[in-house]
Design a protein around this ligand. Structure first.
Ligand SMILES: Cc1ncc(COP(=O)(O)O)c(C=O)c1O
Length: 408
């Protein structure tokens, strides 16, 4: 049912719009029969991990899909980031946005590399290349850009800074599988680009990740590192970890890879539905790729709103409470900002002073559910909730408080 009045809102006593929770990042899944057949083969072979045939096939297919020389598949995106940083011999300080998922910073801090938080550009939500340059010190070894929402960073500006200051440039491309920057696939930029294939991502292998690179020596080092540093049965050449993907995950990945086009069609249609439905609601800006950067090749994985409280009359947090009551599990990414989470908050208490745009965004951004399980009926209902809530914006906060519902 599309909500029409204040009394329809579940937060104020109405019936929830959805019986079951509608999540951001519900997994996109490919053909079940193909998956089951692959899993049967894995069980028949009794080859569950350690460079099995499906992992090798996935690496080859991904490299072809991305148009890159190497795609080193790993157990998840966080370990892939750690291995990439280690294989690039990063140390000292690395400049990174705070407006990202916490794993980007953890992968550095875990290895006692200092993440130096940089602000983002207000339009793209991506690392601000100008501030990057101001943050370079003699201890800086790299810039780690994040292609937030699958919208590529300003690769050209960052490459120039990296070259000028003699730094490594790498990217956290966890959101950007299947995206392009000026016609070239993400996966080809900097020294390496790291993907997450977590269940919530556009392309998933349940858990998984990869590092794409055109650097042969770097790829070889990462292959050793993801397998404990083994160069032969009894020989270890350097410190390594366990970054291997299992055959079971590779089976999920290969199967999903065959359905990418179907996923994309569905996500693109959802984005357009949201665009149409939300266009007449004041105070909501649907974030879009910066023109010229991504062009047509964008995976449409995230539906991201900026909520302007002065226009909506209701805060992003109260809007979130209203949506959750309807079983719409909208998310406040990347609230409160990595620099406000521990251990970063205590280690780098001054960081917030140079992050005004990050701090503003963490108070404004709201991510809505999409994916192959969401269609126009769900989007109409979600837009209806937002329309009613914003039409009565200022009335809602006191009503929520009187029901003991604070902004989440
Ligand atoms: C921007 C970003 N970086 C890193 C990660 C970590 O990836 P994973 O969950 O595969 O470890 C994620 C997603 O979870 C992410 O969104």
């Amino acid at each position: 049912m599309v909500k029409r009045d204040l009394a329809d809102l579940a937060a104020l006593g109405g019936k929830p719009a959805f019986e079951n929770p509608l999540h951001v990042g519900q997994p996109n899944l490919g053909d079940r029969e193909r998956l089951l057949s692959r899993l049967n083969d894995v069980l028949d072979r009794r080859w569950l991990t350690n460079a099995g045939p499906l992992v090798l096939e996935l690496e080859a297919r991904l490299a072809a899909e991305l148009g890159v020389r190497h795609c080193v598949v790993m157990c998840n995106g966080t370990v892939a980031l750690e291995i990439a940083a280690r294989a690039l011999r990063l140390r000292g300080e690395v400049i990174v946005p705070s407006f990202t998922f916490v794993a980007t910073a953890h992968a550095l801090q875990w290895q006692e590399i200092t993440p130096v938080f940089c602000d983002v550009a207000a339009d793209s939500h991506n690392i601000d290349a100008e501030q990057v340059e101001e943050l370079v010190t003699p201890r800086t070894t790299a810039i780690l850009g994040v292609h937030v929402w699958g919208h590529p960073c300003d690769v050209e500006a960052l490459t120039k800074v990296a070259e000028r200051r003699g730094l490594s440039l790498l990217f956290d491309a966890s959101h950007a599988f299947g995206c392009s920057w000026r016609g070239r696939r993400v996966g080809n930029f900097g020294r390496a680009e790291v993907f997450s294939f977590h269940a919530t991502k556009f392309f998933n292998s349940a858990e998984g990740g990869a590092v794409a690179t055109n650097d042969d020596a770097l790829a070889a080092r990462m292959r050793l590192m993801k397998n404990f540093g083994f160069t032969g049965y009894d020989r270890v050449s350097e410190i390594g970890t366990n970054g291997k993907m299992s055959e079971l995950s590779a089976a999920v990945g290969l199967t999903n890879l065959e359905s990418l086009e179907t996923f994309l069609v569905s996500l693109r249609a959802n984005y357009r539905d949201y665009q149409r439905e939300l266009s007449d609601i004041p105070g909501l800006r649907l974030v879009a790729p910066v023109p010229d950067a991504s062009g047509a090749a964008w995976n449409h994985q995230y539906v991201v709103l900026e909520v302007d409280r002065r226009e909506t009359g209701i805060s992003r947090d109260d809007l979130t409470t209203v949506l959750w009551a309807e079983n719409v599990r909208a998310r406040r990414y990347f609230h409160p900002g990595v620099h406000r989470m521990e251990p970063y908050r205590s280690l780098y208490p001054e960081a917030g002073l140079r992050l005004p745009r990050t701090e503003a965004l963490t108070e404004r951004v709201l991510v809505l559910p999409t994916g192959t399980q969401v269609g126009s009926a769900e989007i109409d209902a979600i837009a209806g909730i937002l329309r009613v809530a914003i039409a009565h914006g200022p009335e809602i906060a006191p009503k929520l408080r009187s029901r003991g519902l604070a902004g989440s």
